[in-house]
Design a binder for this molecule. Structure first.
Ligand code: NI
Length: 196
């Protein structure tokens, strides 16, 4: 089932998510719906708060074929290294793409959708994507990671766009939408080789 994606400035996006106590059928069902929602929106990652659930669940899939979907429950970064700056977008902040600096490599611990713990490494785009989704679990959006000046400017633009209804217009017109922003959202276009 495709779930409605909450958009800025929805307060649910600002609330820290709580840990999942038991990975049960309800969690598996939500995870499956999150993956379906992510694919439908052509995103490469989605966090539960983006669909209105304050739980520590994220899903990611950076594959071109969209067949490598992974669910991470109660994910946590154990180690991180390096710096990678890339352009990010967010399904909850449609139409906006900004350069964000992240760790280039991470080691994470999480439960899978069967409740089994695992430790994994990720680098490049996948590492960026996971860090972006982990931020969502803390109520943090990628726009919070920009400079104060840039953030204030964007905030005004975003709120003006919403009240002016330009948002709806862009969404109902595929041509307009694609002019404003690439269709694939959520941390695409990480520029490799810019690690420093
Ligand atoms: Ni996002």
């Amino acid at each position: 089932m495709i779930l409605p994606i909450r958009e800025y400035p929805d307060p649910v996006l600002r609330q820290p998510a709580r840990a999942v106590a038991t990975v049960d059928e309800a969690v598996r069902s939500l995870s499956a719906n999150m993956l379906e929602t992510m694919y439908a929106a052509r995103g490469i990652g989605l966090a539960a708060p983006q669909v209105g659930h304050g739980l520590r669940i994220i899903c990611v899939d950076i594959s071109a074929e969209s067949n490598q979907g992974q669910v991470l429950v109660n994910p946590r970064i154990l180690r991180k290294e390096g710096v990678l700056e890339g352009e990010e977008g967010c399904l909850s902040v449609p139409g906006l793409f900004e350069m964000v600096r992240r760790a280039a490599w991470i080691e994470i611990q999480a439960l899978n959708d069967q409740g089994e713990p695992f430790i994994a490494e990720a680098e490049g785009l996948l590492a960026v994507c996971i860090q972006h989704e982990l931020d969502h679990l803390e109520g943090v959006l990628f726009i919070d990671r920009l400079s104060e000046l840039r953030r204030q400017r964007l905030k005004k633009q975003l709120l003006a766009a919403r009240s002016g209804g330009q948002d709806e217009k862009a969404r109902s017109s595929p041509r307009g939408a694609s002019r404003r922003a690439p269709i694939v959202q959520n941390s695409l276009h990480v520029t490799q080789g810019q690690s420093h």
